[in-house]
Write a protein that binds this ligand. Structure first.
Ligand SMILES: [Zn+2]
Length: 450
């Protein structure tokens, strides 16, 4: 078995690993690189392999950095099958359409590249095959795959791929603990080799029990200032979790005042329908609410702004108001329009709730930038900027170690991917020290025989 690391090596985006197993060439994920710009140059480059030779793509979850280059793969000759959970299939189609929309907009404004078309999305959609959790998927020539619940976003999976008498695990992204709506991460079974994400490989999150209180306290501070509370959120999962928490505050605790809360993301609005379609993915609490007919993503203060025209009306509503919009790392999407308008307003507030990759606007603001550039304009940051680590979608170092440590027998080798160099390296050291497992941090383009 041979593994080539073609993305998410020493970084958190562009997830893409090629596995040659038996007579098959299989990709784990085929995601977009994300950094300074939505259309980072690397995405338009040729693949470092021939897409025509790939037999199948196994997709861990729908996030753009795991699925974003699949239509490009089809454009360049891939004719195999794309396996993912049923919800991921539906999300992926939304994600691709949204990405195309953003690319076309950026192309018009900034002449940045558009590297797939509607036809390519249609080809990718036709190649998608939805699987169920824990089902054994036959890939031919004795190669099989099983998707297990990763608890990271709705429909997310980690994957076990077996053939040649060995099993390779691919973590995809692993979820945080006790997240609303989602079940906890399925335990890791015995695997020989593991590719493990390491986004927070060097960090331990603050205690999660206070998550709702943290959100409430920040919101209270925000509406007390009277301006706009901006929440850049991944349209899949972070947004819905946030809505779930706001729903309980609004309807159970009656603790939030009657201020308008705009969900300014067509992608997140469309995604809500997929949540409603797969109640079998819910954790116990969400399932119970669902059984009682409670629509846990809706509440009286919530206003959905789907079209660009509806979005523009938000500007005319006086504060205090709250806007939840993508992209989660502020490297594109409608959040930029709000940031352009309100970052310089001392009455406004920016709440960062997710991981911010190096080079993104979100990362610059998280690190305290006093001036940023948006749409070519220099903006002086006068609003309050806060970050809540507890709302991360990724498990921390403790979670990653206990997930790996619980496998009996444990893997013989672990490759730490999907983390910046220091995070991946620290996780590799910890795995080696604690479990005596040989652990590595592969470089982009590195090829290993296992
Ligand atoms: Zn993800």
């Amino acid at each position: 078995m041979r593994i080539s690391f073609f993305g998410a090596a020493h970084e958190v985006t562009g997830s893409c690993h090629l596995v040659e197993i038996g007579s098959k060439k299989i990709l784990f994920d085929c995601g977009m690189f994300q950094g300074d710009d939505f259309n980072e140059g690397k995405n338009a480059d040729d693949f470092p392999f021939d897409p025509k030779e790939i037999d199948a793509v196994l997709v861990s979850h729908a996030h753009l950095d795991h699925t974003g280059r699949i239509p490009k793969l089809c454009r360049e000759g891939f004719v195999g099958t794309i396996f993912m959970t049923e919800a991921t299939c539906e999300f992926a189609k939304l994600i691709w359409a949204d990405a195309l929309d953003v690319m076309q907009y950026n192309n018009k404004k900034f002449q940045s590249p558009v590297f797939f078309s509607e036809n390519d999305i249609a080809a990718a959609s036709r190649a998608c095959h939805g699987v169920r959790y824990n089902e054994s998927v036959d890939l031919g020539d004795g190669v099989r795959a099983i998707f297990r619940d990763a608890g990271h976003i709705f429909g997310s999976a980690f994957i076990e791929l077996s053939g040649e008498g060995k099993t390779l695990g691919f973590s995809g992204d692993l979820g945080n603990e006790h997240v609303p709506i989602l079940k906890d991460t399925h335990p890791l079974d015995a695997v020989d080799v593991l590719l493990c994400e390491s986004t927070y490989g060097d960090r331990v999150h603050e205690h999660l029990g206070e998550r709702k209180k943290q959100i409430f306290d920040l919101m209270k501070e925000g509406w007390g200032r009277g301006g706009t509370i901006m929440i850049p959120a991944f349209s899949l999962e972070r947004t819905q979790e946030f809505l779930y928490e706001l729903n309980t505050m609004s309807e159970d605790d009656h603790s939030i005042p009657d201020i308008p809360i705009f969900l300014d993301s067509p992608l997140a609005i469309d995604a809500m329908k997929v949540y409603k379609k797969y109640p079998e993915y819910y954790d116990t609490e969400a399932a119970e609410r669902y059984m009682h007919g409670d629509d846990f993503l809706q509440f009286p203060q919530l206003r959905l702004t789907y079209t660009r025209e509806e979005s523009k009306t938000i500007n005319h509503v006086r504060g205090p108001k709250m806007v939840i919009a993508g992209a989660g790392m502020m490297n594109g999407g409608r959040i930029l329009h709000h940031a352009h308008r309100y970052l310089s307003d001392p009455h406004s507030m920016l709440i960062i709730v997710g991981y911010q990759a190096q080079g993104t606007l979100g990362r610059k603001l998280y690190e305290g930038a006093e001036k940023v550039s948006i749409f070519g304009d220099e903006i002086s940051v006068q609003c309050t900027v806060r970050a809540v680590g507890a709302l991360s979608a990724h498990g921390d170092q403790k979670k990653l170690l206990s997930w790996i440590g619980a496998a009996k027998p444990g893997p013989k080798k672990v490759y730490c991917v999907h983390g910046e160099a220091h995070a991946a390296t620290e996780l590799a050291h910890r795995i080696r020290d604690r479990f005596g497992i040989a652990s590595f941090v592969p470089e982009y383009g590195e090829v290993v025989e296992v």
